[in-house]
Design a protein around this ligand. Sequence first.
Ligand code: RAM
Length: 507
Amino acid sequence: MKNQEFLNKAERLFPKLNKVTVYPVRTVRPENADGKYVAVETGSYTEEKLSTGDSVVLDFGDHETGFFTAHFGSAGAHPDAPVWIRVRFAERLSEFFEDAAEYKGWISKAWIQETQAHLDILPCEISFPRRYAFRYVKIEVLDCSSRFKLTVEDASATAVSSADDSSILTYSCKDPEMEPLDRIAARTLHECMQTVFEDGPKRDRRLWMGDLRLEALTNYETYQANGLVKEGLYLFAGDTDDDGRVASNLFIEPSIEADDVYMFDYSLFFTTTLRDYYVNTKDKETLLELYETAIKQVELSEERLGADGVVKDSDMMGWCFVDWNLGLNKQASAHGIYLYALLAAADLASYMGEKEKEDEYRKRHVSGVQAVRKALYDPEKGVFVSGSSRQISFASQCWLILGKALSDKEGRSALESVESLSDAEGMVTPYMYHHYIQALIDVGLEDKAKDVMKEYWGGMVSDGADTFFELYRPGHPNESPYGGTIVNSYCHAWSCAPAYFIRKYEW
Ligand code: RAM
């Protein structure tokens, strides 16, 4: 159901993209030393003379999102045949050790960042038309006549982002170990700030509700591009299903269109994201216009409550997202998210001056807490279980803490217990870790939250991260829900949590 007025309003908020020309800072040879990837500096790429099978790797020194241009020449006899090249773009060095032909996963291999070109006449300049996300660019010669060699005379990229680095709030970390985490998180967000808050500039390059929520939170502490949050909210409200349900994600081009994928949690995050937006901006006009859509998500979510008042479980993949752990049962987390959204709805009603509605949502929250404690709380173990298999997971504890279904003391013991249970389902994304950090803070374990952040996000830094990854499970480098890490994204804004927590809690 399109609301053209909302969509027009959103489009008027589309930001201008800043364009910066960037150049490789050095030429490198990637090496894989037992799963540790290192870039060995070599001579300058302009000095290389490339024959069939040769390659050169350009290092731009940081993660960039943009358009690559190279100027090619030749050495030796006059070129008597075209040169056939492959160009690969990598966010991390590890990507060069993967073979696109071996990827057999369930999402399209068209996401893989590589292309081929024939250079018919030399010298020539090629501007590659696709936008890529990369730090490294590898140019490989697939075939070149033996009478001459290929040279790369010049290379550059036009980097694009709507983030304005001069507007980022300055912050000096109290704990120096937090500094790289804050900086890399801000860079991650910067790269994802395009016409919309993209989830990742490599993949899926579009607006997802769950990602928007966390990007918005970090944005309030950093770039304060609040128009981009407002734009995202109007886009989601401008293309719902016929019942008024907010989609999980939207395609932006060639024109705005909601994906036909609806997820229980992502729809509810519209409500909580509008609450956060209002708290941070006090933009009453947007609140007034989007309030109905926000409230609607809570009403629709209640269709999923069972006779016992608890969100019903489902076997359908993706009915509720929570995390990319494919073994995770989502029921308890979904109920926690429902409770969390009820509190946001109550807040929104109070900002609207609707006292009765506010009380009503708070009452429903109390009943929702009672219902889930009765159905899914195991008082002996001190944890929530989920689904008919009564699965115990970090996600269930975190979300029911965030939904205020436990006292702080109970929350602390739930998090301690789940950590001590070796068979508890863990977390595989920085997205879920964001919620774990928040849950630790909420129950009064702020020091532990800092340690977890240093260890988890610091682990990505030790693995050479210039931006934070979509998926990260320490000790499991091959983690991918897609059937191959070659399509994983290594700059994913749902992982920019450090810049949010460090600044908000003054770490
Ligand atoms: C991934 C997307 C996005 C996320 C969804 C659920 O495919 O990249 O970040 O929100 O999953």
